[in-house]
Design a protein around this ligand. Structure first.
Ligand SMILES: *Cc1c(COP(=O)(O)O)cnc(C)c1O
Length: 279
């Protein structure tokens, strides 16, 4: 793990906030609109408390509910509870749900998982946001398809902050050059950076990933190319979003704490995710 092991001076946790990865896979399933309202309220409480600890406004954090693996009926319950933008990790699944909910034109979709070039056309057609941009080939193909559709797309550049070899995302040292290539793709509206932290119960190591992303963003912002926005930091999920907020997250992607535990293990989404979070 090259990137993480270079963090010899882990930042002291300002609040002692712990991860909740021990809850991973144990969140109760939401099966009614009231369940969704309740879970959303609990998550918003957690967001507000984290903001309070570091003097941030809760309104400065956008909650992106992640509906992956949950069926259309549950998507509709989330919608009824007020959700208007949902995150999906896989393009095919997102596209299917978008088609199935065509009667809900104000329900929007954010693709938050790795994209293969041959799926760019689909994303260009239906997605309202893409958070996992990590190659120029995908940028080029997306831009071409978006122009053909007469659309633009909000994108986040995914950065590998955990040093895990097979996690997706650019290496931190490659992001500057990558950003300087992006103005060539005018249909992409670059909003900021996204990351998945190390999946670990050790809060200090998780926090180090978020600190790395924020510091990288702060450095890059000093000479970002014109039109490349770096205001957004998408980081934090059910088990670690409080820590992410303490370190500057403006978007948190939360699945299980809203929808309930998923049937499939995380290794299905993240090739190297440790499956034993309760350690
Ligand atoms: C599934 C997923 C999340 C949400 O994870 P939860 O543990 O369900 O909160 C966040 N980001 C990405 C990229 C995901 O695939």
């Amino acid at each position: 793990m090259p990137a993480i092991s270079s963090h010899t001076d882990l930042p002291a946790s300002p609040s002692g906030t712990q991860t909740r990865h021990d809850r991973h896979g144990r969140y109760p399933r939401a099966d009614t609109v009231d369940d969704f309202r309740h879970n959303l309220a609990v998550v918003r409480e957690r967001i507000a408390s984290a903001c309070l600890r570091v003097g941030r406004e809760p309104a400065s954090v956008r909650l992106l509910p992640v509906s992956k693996t949950f069926d259309e009926a549950h998507v509709r319950l989330a919608y009824a509870a007020g959700c208007r933008l949902l995150g999906e990790n896989k393009v095919q699944e997102a596209h299917r749900k978008w088609e199935a909910t065509a009667d809900l034109p104000d329900l929007h979709w954010s693709v938050i998982g790795h994209l293969q070039t041959n799926k760019a056309r689909q994303v260009a057609r239906f997605a309202d946001e893409f958070q996992a941009l990590d190659s120029l080939r995908v940028a080029e193909e997306l831009d071409r398809r978006l122009q053909a559709e007469g659309r633009e797309l909000d994108v986040f550049v995914q950065v590998n902050t955990s040093g895990e070899a097979s996690k997706y995302g650019l290496q931190p040292e490659d992001v500057a050059a990558f950003l300087h290539a992006l103005p060539a793709f005018p249909a992409l509206r670059v909003r900021g950076l996204m990351t998945l932290a190390l999946f670990s119960a050790e809060a200090a190591r998780v926090r180090a990933c978020f600190v790395l992303l924020r510091e990288l963003r702060d450095r890059l912002r000093q000479d970002a190319p014109p039109g490349i926005g770096l205001n957004e930091l998408s980081m934090g999920m059910s088990g670690d979003f409080e820590i992410a907020i303490e370190e500057g997250a403006t978007v948190v992607r939360v699945g299980q704490a809203i929808f309930g535990a998923r049937a499939l293990p995380d290794s299905y989404y993240w090739p190297t995710a440790e499956t034993t979070a309760s350690a």
